[in-house]
Ligand binder design. Structure first.
Ligand code: PBG
Length: 326
């Protein structure tokens, strides 16, 4: 019989054949691991809604950094949970702030680890918004000044990449200018270019104590229903001098990752956020899914969608599983 159809299954007959044919590969090089640094001593405290993710005080962070490096992960992004919050988020740009101190330590322990600093104010403001408040409005331009100060102080502490996440208009241009003036011409900006106002950030806000005390973030973060707007957001960040474009969240926005990949030449990062992580952990803990297989499938999917790199709380587990497969 030589029927007139294609035999796609010919290329799926053995594992070796499938390995040859595979279009997308995943490696520990692709991951950026988010870390939460807190004030205090001897703290390694698991975040309730994010099993396997911890708050670390600086004296306990070294063991974690060592593990990350040993797993072959090349990069981390640091979030800080300060003790002191005020209206203008002054702990965000304090040279002795938690992120600045953590950055200096990490660069001392692991100089080769690409250490990114999340540049935002919501963990540091008493109102929990990502910028300066005028009445009940989050003011754009006065927020930029504070963000620039924050970014420069992070670069001064040794941050290798500045990752502004606060979604004020013009933040890339302002931070680029500030970094250049301060002499940090070689510190790249990974812009949270396309960041949606998402419910998937819920567990992170528990972890970072950054829930807005009134209102929501919808006047600065994007409406999840919008695709064309994502291209406008990305285009303006490219024009302003971004070095890497990020899409966030990832799982429910894979079409957006693809759009950004297809429309721009810059490296694309996707942020597999806290709520996405917690859903997998919760289902796995109940024995409803195979955590390892599902996680690797998801991360491969994010790469296939166009991500060059993935910020993910699964990074350590995934790196371990990939080592086992080798
Ligand atoms: C700060 C920030 C948030 C996340 C990263 N940076 C929270 C937010 O915008 O409310 C979310 C990360 C996650 O959910 O894993 N602006």
């Amino acid at each position: 019989m030589s029927a007139n159809f294609q035999r796609h299954r010919r290329l799926r007959t053995t594992a070796a054949m499938r390995n040859l044919i595979r279009e997308t590969s995943l490696s520990a090089n692709d991951f950026i691991y988010p870390l939460f640094a807190v004030e205090g001593e001897n703290i390694k405290h698991e975040i309730d809604s994010m099993p396997g993710v911890y708050h670390y005080s600086l004296d306990r962070l070294e063991e974690e950094i060592e593990e990350i490096v040993n797993l072959g992960i090349q990069s981390i992004i640091l979030f800080g949970v300060p003790n002191h919050k005020d209206e203008c988020g002054s702990a965000a740009f304090d040279e002795e702030g938690i992120v600045q101190r953590a950055t200096r330590k990490v660069k001392q322990w692991a100089p080769q680890l690409v250490t990114m600093a999340d540049t935002c104010l919501c963990q540091f403001t008493d109102h929990g918004h990502c910028g300066m408040i005028h009445g009940d409005y989050v003011d754009n331009d006065s927020s930029l000044e504070v963000l620039v100060k924050t970014a420069v102080s992070q670069a001064r502490a040794g941050a290798d990449v500045i990752a502004p996440s606060n979604m004020m208009d013009g933040f890339v241009a302002a931070i680029r200018e500030g970094l250049d003036e301060a002499g940090f011409i070689n510190v790249p900006i990974m812009s949270y270019a396309v960041k949606y106002a998402s419910q998937f950030y819920g567990p992170f806000r528990d972890a970072a104590h950054s829930t807005p005390q009134f209102g929501d973030r919808k006047t600065y973060q994007m409406d999840p229903a919008n695709r064309r707007e994502a291209l406008r957001e990305a285009a303006s960040d490219v024009e302003e001098g971004a070095d890497i474009l990020m899409v966030k969240p990832a799982m429910a926005f894979m079409d957006i990752i693809r759009e950004v990949r297809d429309n721009f030449d810059l490296p694309v990062a996707s942020y597999n956020v806290s709520g996405e992580y917690s859903m997998i952990k919760a289902a796995a803990q109940r024995g409803w899914i195979d955590e390892k297989a599902i996680t690797l499938e998801l991360l491969t999917g994010l790469k296939r969608a166009g991500s060059d790199m993935i910020l993910t709380y699964h990074a350590k587990d995934a790196a371990r599983w990939l080592q086992e497969l080798e």
